[in-house]
Design a protein around this ligand. Sequence first.
Ligand code: GAP
Length: 601
Amino acid sequence: MAEPKVNELMEKIVSLCKRRGFVFQSSEIYGGINGFWDYGPLGAEIKRQVKELWWNAMTRMRDDVVGLEATIIMSPQIWKASGHVDTFSDPMCDCLLTRKRFRADQIEPQSGTVYHFSGALNPRSGETLAEPFAVLLPTDKPPEKARKLAYEFYGTRGWHSVELLDERTESVENTTRFNPENGALLTEPRPFNLMLQTYVGPIQSDENIAYLRPETAQAIFAQFKNVLETSRQKVPFGIAQVGKAFRNEVTPRNFTFRSREFEQMELEFFIPPDEVVEAIHGSVAEPAGPGHPGEPQPNWGWRLWHQYWVEERVRFYEGIGLSRDTLGFHAQTPEELAHYARATTDILFKFPFSKRDAEGRVAGDELEGIAARSDFDLSQHERFSGKPMGVFDEELRTAWARLAPERQAALRDRYHQARLKYLTRTARSGDSPESIARKAQTDADGLARGQYIPHVIEPSAGVDRLILALIANAYHEEVSTDDKGKTEIRVVMRFHPRVAPVKVAVLPLLKNKPELVAKARAIRDRLRPHLAVAYDEAGSIGRRYARQDEAGTPFCVTVDFDTLGEQPELLDTVTVRLRDDGRQERLPVAGLLEWLLARIR
Ligand code: GAP
């Protein structure tokens, strides 16, 4: 198989997605809209399956997770409490010449000579414009290029045919202050809130501002108490949600990887704080080594729960065809972690656009983040809504009463310190040090009454990134040479059968033989209620196989004259062709559905 080059590969994938109806640019007939993508017939099938597989694995196959389907627009207070209104921003800067916008933290460092100009002089009127401008050029480039850009810059201000003032040069290393495309100076980075805003109600006033949710997670926290009370669950347990999220990304890029409208699959798994586990079970079990830690145990602390969810999620990816070697892991450093998070592990996929390090290794780009978020979210909603978010645990109350006083004091003190840290960090105007200390003390005293605010482990995955990973992973080119020496490249999408958009294609050998067509249609109708079936009678059988290979259909069923009994012993049998190795098997029609289901589930 030929290995296409990286960016070439991405181009081929994007073009295949359009040609075969996986993904289209949104609003394409009007020139498109940056950061928005539509899923065509094949893509829509994959998307439904990915979400259903996630939902089944995370909720239906477990006793300890239940689902939620919340609205996209919620009370703006939710986004105040979560911190999104104040801090959900990217640093952004604009090119002074072209106005093109960049994410400041994504600009590659550059070195060279900077040409500074302090302004421009109109030689006819003698007036000056005191507006500095600068251009970065590679050291070997002539200064004329910098001057040309400077003339253009002052021209955009209405100052034409000017003289440049006070040109001076400076050597710089690893600067990110210049447009990487033309060398022009950028504005200073400034925060740009990523939430998309709208108004609810007929009046477009500040009181009516609402946000399209930038993540599905917050609805889970806001509905935590309702779900707890109606689902008969008890901590540890989780709430799962799949749905749209919106972010006004500064630079949407890499096809669907960074979009402005996308879907998330998020689980908030609520666990007791370690002090509670220790009070009830005497000690907290810690990870014994890498790998899956096995069935959850009541004495697990947050570290084991975090490890468990990372490994569960990797198993999920393996189960849909993303083998461990296509994935990568990134444990966020203390500098990268949010202030309330204790640990976050990102599961990465090695996309065709993922960067290589100096040794040629590819780390990958984020598919999913698994964060240990402490009790930050529920605590925030408790404070902002004034509604209690804690739980009562009879086991804790009973165990606490049996603890030696010094053990109680030690656990209470640890819990108190943690609450004090949180309350101090998030203090609002009006929160005095005394009121914070009192609240932390009340929270710590709650342990004796069996009360605490649960902590949370959050596996948060993106549907669109996963689909892109599945498409990139499935993409294979097969080169064949015919007897005349002509080579042909065929694309075979080797999707895992679980995520293939079409599971089986039913093909009558000839379309002008009514008996074959009728039999093939009858087989299609029998399979259809159970799985996604394509029916194709157009063109040679070879061409039809090739069409299905490109769509990623794992099985093709051919109905031929033997199916009709030309060789009596083969009556009511069909040929099943396997996409990945072209092998063919003869199977009875009666057992076909069972055979297929065993391979796609
Ligand atoms: N509640 C936590 C949260 O939202 P995140 O890392 O910002 O965390 C989680 O997002 C996942 O959502 C990411 O790992 C990614 O798969 C997906 N995601 C985030 N921003 C995205 C974007 N602009 N386009 C596509 N997917 C995105």
